[in-house]
Design a protein around this ligand. Structure first.
Ligand code: CO
Length: 134
C-alpha cells in the first residue's frame, strides 16, 4: 500500500546556499542534515506537512547527484513514495513491466529502505520507493 509522498529530492550545487530560501523565505522547519556515504550525497531535510523536501548535494564528483547536476543543472531529482511493504511494491512493479534500478532495497537517509524506479517507466521522473525502518 502506498501511504504518501515521503519527500521530494532536489539536487543543488550547495546546501548551505539554499538553506536560507527553504528555511527563512519559504518558512519550512529545518530538520537537520545527514551524509549518506554509499550514495556520496549530503542531504538536508525540511518538513512540509506530512512530507519533506530534501536538498541533495554531491560529496564526490562520481556521485549520481554530481552527474545529474552536470547534465541537467539543479532541480527536482526524484519523488519518493512511502510504501508499507517495499518487497511487495517491487514485485508489483516487475509484474507490471516497470523497469527497476534497484531490484532489492538498499538503505537510504534516515535508515529508510529504498529502491529506485527508472524514469523510463514513470514519465521521466526518478521515483524512489521507500519504507520506514520501524
Ligand atoms: Co530520496
Amino acid at each position: 500500500m502506498v501511504e504518501k509522498i515521503e519527500h521530494i529530492g532536489i539536487a543543488v550545487e550547495s546546501i548551505d546556499e539554499m538553506v536560507p530560501y527553504y528555511r527563512d523565505a519559504l518558512g519550512l522547519e529545518y530538520g537537520g542534515e545527514e551524509v549518506v556515504e554509499e550514495q556520496k550525497v549530503r542531504v538536508a531535510f525540511f518538513g512540509i506537512g506530512e512530507s519533506s523536501i530534501e536538498l541533495l548535494e554531491a560529496t564526490s564528483e562520481d556521485s549520481s547527484i554530481a552527474k545529474f547536476l552536470a547534465k541537467r543543472g539543479p532541480g527536482i531529482h526524484h519523488i519518493a513514495v512511502r510504501v508499507d511493504d517495499i518487497e511487495r511494491a517491487l514485485t508489483q512493479h516487475e509484474e507490471n513491466g516497470a523497469q527497476l534500478i534497484d531490484k532489492t532495497p538498499r538503505i537510504g537517509a534516515h535508515n529508510m529502505r529504498i529502491a529506485f524506479v527508472h524514469p523510463r517507466s514513470t514519465g521521466g521522473v526518478l521515483v524512489e520507493l521507500c519504507q520506514s525502518p520501524g
